[in-house]
Design a protein around this ligand. Structure first.
Ligand code: SAH
Ligand code: SF4
Ligand code: F3S
Length: 461
């Protein structure tokens, strides 16, 4: 079979990263091999994100660049297909092709198992009419996982596994329920089988993914209902799987068993991304988050009780319609009270089709900017304090990849901190293993550490 070149560019969240890997699996039987650059590719897929306006706009500038490459390829007698997948594709569908005729195919997050068929149709239309208008934006999730091939390529030492998709929460600012569809949980046997295959191929750490990962529910094999805590207990039994993480969770779905799992299962890493969005009860209510600040504090307290070294991360939105200075101060208070190891914060971005976009009382851009700057300053201060507190500690680090300098390896601490170490000639041997590292210094985006075992001794093992 003729080899073809496939370039996938991924935007947005980890779920898109997982989807991109699976798209490559779906296309491998057709002879497509991944390439890092779009130049000269036979197929380019943009796997897009619609969460904020800026994210969505990036797609069109990228399509503009691809137009030139596509024309260049056509001049030399070749053909480049340009496909747009992911959440912008789902939200805008056919409109994308009207705006950017360079696009040959638009497909949503629940349609990529059909890529071989969709590409066949696009190619036929191109040959017959010189234009393709193939659009696939059906949102039924349950079919996708049943029809995806087994994961083909090794996913790396630390890899993602989607266990849950879609969202039924409808926070008033958010596009996800419209772009990903209704909440769906993959069955336990599928998840366990996929995890085993990943571990057989060398994966040491698995991050379970879902738009609402802790809304995952299934049965434990005996017919009894199980939640994420129980699922992780089962996964922890897999030999060779050393670390388990999950993201993104919703405060509303943190149950007692999940908290207990943090206490009982050492393989669950002591780091949790638990988005709160705001510290103001008034705003949380308007956002339809269905939890208040007190409940968030209560959850954090129980989690810390179960796992005292737990580090926390969160997402924040500033400038939600109607947010006053007092509301924003409530967010700052919450941040100061909780203490985060890291966090993401965003200016509210009105999204077409979501209830909040139509509200009066939109907050002026300059107010949003000031609030974001103040919040980020505090979050950065907390992050630095957290990192500095780990200096001198010995932490187990999963050494995942080569660093910039020869012999350097980079990995992650249990708390998701990037840590680099000098492993010298043992680097090749140590990659993919978890090693004790003494944290020596805080750099701008990472920590520098020292392997605790003498390197030559480890290499001789
Ligand atoms: N399911 C996750 C979040 C997924 S979206 C949860 O419920 O927390 C990731 C983050 O993007 C959100 O946590 C939120 O902080 C941010 N976000 C979503 N919609 C946004 C919008 N319209 N404007 C700004 N930020 C937004
Ligand atoms: Fe969006 Fe809310 Fe669903 Fe998270 S829980 S994906 S913020 S609607
Ligand atoms: Fe973006 Fe879709 Fe993920 S909108 S954040 S890629 S679910």
């Amino acid at each position: 079979m003729a080899k073809k070149r496939l370039h996938i560019k991924t935007y947005g969240c980890q779920m898109n990263v997982y989807d991109s890997a699976r798209m490559a699996d779906v296309l491998a039987p057709l002879g497509y091999e991944a390439t890092d650059v779009p130049d000269d590719a036979d197929l380019v897929i943009l796997n897009t994100c619609h969460i904020r306006e800026k994210a969505a706009e990036k797609v069109y500038s990228e399509v503009g660049r691809l137009r030139l490459l596509k024309e260049e390829k056509a001049r030399t007698g070749g053909r480049m297909l340009v496909a747009v997948g992911g959440c912008v594709a789902q939200a805008q569908g056919e409109e994308m092709m009207r705006r950017a005729p360079t696009i040959d195919l638009v497909f949503g997050p629940q349609a990529y198992q059909d890529l071989p068929d969709l590409l066949g149709r696009a190619t036929r239309e191109l040959m017959e009419t010189g234009r393709s208008h193939v659009v696939a934006v059906d949102l039924a999730v349950d079919e996708k996982f049943d029809r995806l091939p087994e994961m083909a390529a090794a996913q790396g030492y630390s890899a993602f596994l989607t266990i849950q998709e879609g969202c039924d929460k409808f926070c008033s600012f958010c596009v996800v329920p419209y772009t990903r569809g209704a909440e769906y949980s993959r069955p336990v046997p599928d998840i366990i089988a996929e995890a085993r295959r990943m571990v057989d191929q060398g994966t040491v750490e698995i991050t379970l993914l879902g738009q609402n990962v802790n809304a995952w529910h299934g049965d434990d094999g005996t017919g009894a209902a199980a939640g994420l805590g129980e699922l992780m207990r089962r996964l922890a039994e897999i030999d060779g799987l050393e670390r388990i993480r999950y993201t993104t969770s919703h405060p509303r779905d943190v149950d007692a068993d999940l908290i207990a799992a943090h206490r009982d299962v050492p393989k669950i890493m002591p780091f949790l991304h638990l988005p709160v969005q705001s510290g103001s009860d008034r705003i949380l209510k308007a956002m339809n988050r269905r939890h208040n600040a007190a409940r968030y504090h209560e959850i954090i307290a129980s989690l810390r009780d179960a796992r005292p070294d737990l580090a926390l991360s969160s997402d924040f939105i500033v400038g939600y319609p109607g947010e006053t200075d007092a509301d924003f101060e409530a967010t700052m208070d919450l941040v100061r009270q909780v203490g985060f190891a890291s966090a993401y914060s965003f200016k509210y971005s009105p999204r077409p089709g979501t209830p909040a976009a139509d509200l009066d009382e939109q907050v002026p851009e300059d107010v949003k900017s000031l609030r974001l700057a103040a919040l980020q300053e505090e979050l950065l201060r907390q992050q630095e304090a957290f990192n500095t507190a780990t200096v001198g500690q010995i932490l187990p680090v999963l050494l995942e990849r080569d660093g910039r300098h020869p012999g350097q390896l980079v990995g992650r601490s249990p708390f998701m901190q990037a840590v680099s170490v000098d492993a010298g000639s043992a680097a090749g041997h140590l990659k993919g293993t978890i090693r004790n590292v003494e944290i020596a210094a805080v750099l701008s985006n990472s920590l520098r550490g020292r392997l605790v075992e003498p390197v030559n001794l480890v290499a001789a093992q």
